[in-house]
Design a protein around this ligand. Structure first.
Ligand code: GAR
Length: 192
């Protein structure tokens, strides 16, 4: 199963996927390409480290969506990788219908909350400010509804009295993500 990862940030989830692959825990999945919409995104440094192609793809002039000529450019570049699965691992843009149609049924997203609670930006901060006691993360199929596609799996995290937003709570969510996302990819690869 050929996997293309899209990201915008530090890439800790892409790293978790690549570490799982290295350890033989990614089933029949193999990461063939990483793309980032920011030239200085940490995720791009994973390419040389893991021997995977990694490239910046400009999505300007839009800041929060993938649209217009940039969307076409993304579709062509990803198509050329012949992906069986496109993983949004911290890719902070809204995906539009043309991109969805190009990779129908093949796109999954990681979100740092127990959807359908706290969709959109800053899922971790939203859960923290709402004062929930059980939070977590979700991997779901991507549809036109932002953070609304069918849920593939979730992991829960308990918020303790002693937790702080930045130091311990966010860390717990990220640790849960790092276990969940590779496990879902491995499972999908075995099912496919
Ligand atoms: C992750 O926490 C992921 O859930 C979140 O971005 C972070 C990326 O971290 N995604 C979203 O909020 C999507 N709405 P990473 O770059 O270290 O993998």
């Amino acid at each position: 199963m050929r996997v293309v990862i899209l990201g915008s940030g530090r890439g800790s989830n892409a790293e978790a996927i690549l570490l799982a692959q290295q350890a033989g825990r990614l089933g029949r999945a193999r990461v063939v390409q990483i793309f980032a919409d920011k030239p200085d995104a940490g995720i791009l440094a994973l390419g040389p480290r893991f021997g995977v192609e990694a490239a910046f793809l400009d999505a300007a002039p839009f800041k929060t969506k993938l649209d217009g000529a940039a969307e076409e450019h993304y579709i062509a570049a990803i198509m050329a990788c012949r992906p069986d699965l496109v993983v949004l691992a911290g890719f902070m843009r809204v995906i539009k219908p043309r991109f969805l149609a190009a990779f129908e049924g093949k796109i999954i997203n990681l979100h740092p909350s127990l959807l359908p609670s706290f969709p959109g930006l800053d899922g971790i901060g939203q859960a923290w400010r709402r004062g929930v006691k059980i939070a977590g993360c979700t991997v779901h199929r991507v549809t036109a509804e932002v953070d609304g596609g069918p849920i593939l799996d979730q992991a829960a995290v308990r918020i303790e009295e002693t937790d702080t937003l930045e130091e311990s709570f966010a860390q717990k969510i990220h640790a849960a993500e790092h276990a969940l996302l590779p496990a879902v990819i491995a499972r999908l690869s075995e099912a496919g």
